[in-house]
Design a protein around this ligand. Structure first.
Ligand code: HEM
Length: 415
């Protein structure tokens, strides 16, 4: 196999340190698909420097991104094998740092706990949570705007997680603090982060003990049942897996709710049509996930060998980012990708949950939360407008996980 790339990538952006282009700069967080479309159409496998200063290869065509997710030579562990003798705390085992076979033996404990059928069993309580939060938002606003991230997206995503984990009422407020801090560490000290990890660790181990004594239908009980049946993981690994489910399940969904509502604010016709026919919302959820996603890229992979995409060979040892957002807007996969079409037939082919062995195990819960959130918001408010121009929304986070800081909306009375 070639060791040098046949195409030396030069996406259209100013050359940065050591001559590599740095295309993921200012403006990227607000509209990643624009930058990524330019790269995809001019240099589909591009060598760049990330905002963190590291060189990486960007893969942007849908076909290549799909192949990349399925290619075992693109490793998440970088070839490291975990030492089972090492004691692990919350977040030491993050699944996205493991490759098969270690990845497989741990992940299979989680998947049966998170199937669409298991998640649907919690739907009623999740719907009730959404209704109560909008009642509170309506009571607090008078006729003024509602900041939807604080009033709804964050508490709703957290309460949904609490419902599927069946967290006791009295423990929820204390759990929210470390979950929210770890989701956005901005402005927090290393010590505060450490303390939050320790609190989540203690919470998860307490829940494991409680559910060993009195199993239920919740996620912890289901993971423990799979563990007792299949074995193959240490207690520390199970605790760490549960902590990861809690954390990975929070901000990604918060942001997906915010971004979906923002998309509907920018497309009042789609908003109205879904309000009139809420039965179309589940399919629209996939189109909204295609349209915008918190994670424009996969977690970074490392090429264990030379890997060829079309004419380009990514050399062994390189960091590789598979661009989900570029693939979701690739006209070779989705016709007229710049149109938000809630009935799009190809919508389910979006890659916002990844693909292959690391495909998001929380996708059923995320889809349920988005469906309930949009159904309840559109049903409650018969008209929804942005309270600030959409191109002035403040974006934070980073190029791997974008975050909508606030989403002020003006609801026009109950429907
Ligand atoms: C709309 C919301 C969500 C989005 C956009 C999302 C996206 C993703 C993506 C793209 C991956 C694959 C990463 C890669 O291969 O590089 C992933 C993995 C993961 N997600 Fe989600 N996710 C969401 C919600 C959730 C929820 C609700 C949970 C848990 C309840 C969750 C738990 C996880 C876990 C544990 C992994 C790692 C899986 C593995 O490595 O095998 N996610 N997610």
């Amino acid at each position: 196999m070639d060791t040098e790339p046949a195409v030396t990538a030069a996406p259209p952006a100013a050359a940065g340190r050591q001559g590599l282009p740095e295309p993921l700069g200012a403006g990227f967080l607000a509209r990643p698909e624009e930058t990524l479309a330019e790269i995809r159409e001019t240099c589909p496998v591009a060598r760049i420097r990330t905002p963190g200063g590291r060189p990486a290869w960007l893969v942007t065509r849908a076909e290549d991104v799909r192949a990349g997710f399925l290619d075992p030579r693109l490793s998440l562990s970088g070839g490291r094998v975990p030492d089972p003798g090492v004691r692990r705390r919350a977040l030491d085992v993050t699944l996205v740092n493991y490759d098969p076979p270690d990845h497989t033996r741990i992940r299979r404990l989680a998947t049966p706990a998170l199937t669409p059928a298991r998640m649907a069993a919690h739907r009623e309580r999740i719907e009730r949570a959404a209704g109560e939060l909008l009642d509170a938002a309506d009571a607090a606003r008078g006729r003024g705007p509602v900041e939807l991230m604080d009033a709804f997206a964050r508490p709703f995503a957290f309460r949904s997680l609490c419902e599927v984990f069946e967290v006791r009422e009295g423990e929820r407020a204390a759990l929210y603090e470390p979950v929210a801090l770890l989701a956005d560490k901005t402005g927090h000290s290393a010590r505060a982060v450490e303390e939050s990890v320790a609190r989540i660790d203690a919470f998860v181990r307490g829940e494991m003990a409680r559910r060993e004594a009195a199993p239920g239908e919740d996620v912890v009980s289901r993971v423990l049942a799979a563990w007792h049946e299949q074995g193959g993981a240490s207690e520390d690994e199970v605790a760490s897996l549960l902590a990861m489910l809690l954390l990975a399940g929070f901000d990604s969904t918060v942001q997906a709710i915010g971004m979906s509502v923002a998309a509907l604010l920018g497309h009042p016709d789609v908003q109205d049509s879904l309000r009139k026919e809420p039965g179309r919302i589940p399919r629209a959820v996939d189109e909204l996930l295609r349209w915008d996603t918190p994670g424009p890229f996969s977690t970074k992979r490392v090429a264990l060998e030379d890997v060829r995409f079309g004419d380009t060979v990514i050399p062994a040892g390189s960091g590789v980012l598979l661009s989900v957002a570029a693939a979701n807007h690739d006209p070779r996969c989705h016709a007229d990708p710049g149109t938000l079409d809630p009935d799009r037939r190809s919508a389910g082919r979006h890659l916002s949950f990844g693909l292959g062995p690391h495909y998001c195990p929380g996708s059923a819960l995320a889809r349920l939360e988005l469906t309930v959130a949009l159904t309840v918001v559109l049903g409650r408010w018969h008209h929804l407008e942005p309270a600030v121009p959409l191109d002035e929304l403040a974006w934070g986070g980073g190029y791997l996980h974008r975050r909508l800081a606030a989403l002020p909306v003006l609801p026009d009375g109950p429907a």
